[in-house]
Design a protein. Structure first.
Length: 404
């Protein structure tokens, strides 16, 4: 789902309140195939086996061996327990989205317990979480995109991505079915309605079509989060998440057309799990096994979507947001996001691994489009590919038959 200000949907007010409570209480390639772009300077690219050497943002840390098909070793179990309570802050309540649903399912089914991890999950909102994570009020969280992590890694705050499910943009630009806009170039001089901001992937797509932000199209701030009502305001186009607003319009019988950045070769990411360099350096086995458990939760959600969505809804209802996040909406969200993840995952690779080329392509394309106002950002230490690489063997997750 971020990154954008991830998923600015009807629940934003409720989520903001939940984040405030948490603060007081403590939560690709252009085509989606194998990337060929060089990795950003300073980033980790070396694969490591389960429990092997793991390079972190401040140097090299070493994770203890001890997770096999037979179980988790007492030494690794003790190292994971030493991390204490790990608070995971979701990026959009407990929505059935990549980097959220996988964690929720893993928690519900005891997969973190199997890894000797004490994990507490709290609903949050993507762009509000960075301050909390930087302050140690959350140790793991999910980002809307790699770009979002880069944008918030400033002012002394540092964050490091350890898994990435979505390797193509999750956003699209929507126009009414009867609109005279049939090409991106037709949007010159037209009005785009925005909820907060235009996602970077759409800025890059429009830029590639020769439309410069702030010059060739107008932006109008929209009220509310109902796409049916928003399309009646007279705007010419509406930025959407492919896993959300199209489903709302389908259920309302409203016809539309989508301009999908992925169809125009625009790179992007979503569903990114991250932590801080300091927590990774102090507790590398705990971070790696958090990712391991999340990957098992993700596999369960793909294998049995209704059961996974039911777990999501149970947590949503417990948080009191059932008026905003519904069974129909979350079922649609997971159907779409899991399909986008599958489409963007290179053949022979499991979902969730970090592809340095994807990150590099995103930074290059968005820099060219002027998304980063001060030029290309530093990517040094902003991701660690070894955490996810080390929990798989080929396409199989290394999972113990018994816990510690």
């Amino acid at each position: 789902m971020t990154h954008r200000s991830r998923r600015l949907l009807p629940v934003i007010a409720a989520v903001a309140a939940l984040v405030a409570l948490a603060a007081c209480g403590s939560d690709n390639s252009a085509s989606g195939g194998s990337a060929t772009t060089a990795a950003p300077a300073g980033a980790t690219t070396t694969a490591a086996g389960s429990g092997g050497s793991a390079s972190s943002a401040g140097g090299t840390t070493t994770t203890a061996a001890g997770v096999t098909a037979g179980g988790i070793s007492p030494e690794r179990c003790a190292a994971n327990k030493a991390a204490g309570t790990i608070t995971y802050l979701s990026s959009f309540d407990f929505a059935a989205a990549a980097s959220i649903l996988d964690v929720v399912v893993a928690k519900d089914r005891g997969y973190f317990d199997d890894m000797c991890l004490n994990v507490s999950i709290k609903p949050g909102f993507s762009t509000s979480n960075y301050t909390l994570v930087a302050a140690g009020q959350g140790q793991m969280s999910s980002a809307g995109s790699y770009t979002e992590i880069l944008n918030y890694s400033k002012g002394g705050a540092k964050f490091v991505a350890v898994a990435d499910y979505g390797k193509t943009p999750v956003e699209a630009l929507l126009v009414p079915a009867n609109s005279p806009v049939t090409t991106l170039q037709d949007l010159k001089g037209k009005t785009i309605g925005v909820k907060g901001d235009i996602p970077p992937s759409l800025v890059a797509m429009l830029s590639q079509a020769g439309l410069q932000r702030g010059k060739d199209y107008k932006e109008v701030l929209l009220d509310g989060f109902d796409p049916v009502a928003q399309l009646k305001t007279g705007i010419d186009a509406l930025p959407v998440y492919k896993s959300n607003e199209p489903g709302q319009l389908d259920r309302a019988g409203v016809k539309y057309r989508l301009f999908d950045p992925a169809d125009y070769g625009i790179p992007g990411t979503f569903g990114v799990i991250y932590t801080t360099p300091s927590f990774l350096a102090q507790h590398p086995t705990a971070v790696q096994d958090f990712v391991r458990a999340a990957f098992k939760g993700y596999a369960d959600a793909v294998a049995d979507p209704p059961s996974a969505v039911a777990i999501s809804l149970k947590e949503i209802n417990a948080a009191g947001n059932q008026n905003y996040l519904t069974q129909d909406g979350e079922t649609y969200r997971w159907q779409q996001e899991s399909a986008i993840v599958a489409k963007g995952t290179p053949p022979g690779s499991p979902p969730g691994l970090i592809d340095p080329g994807v990150f590099a392509a995103e930074v290059a394309a968005y820099t060219k489009a002027g998304v980063f106002q001060t030029g290309a950002p530093s990517t040094d230490g902003t991701y660690n590919a070894d955490m996810a690489n080390g929990v798989v063997s080929g396409t199989s997750l290394i999972w113990p038959a018994t816990g510690g």
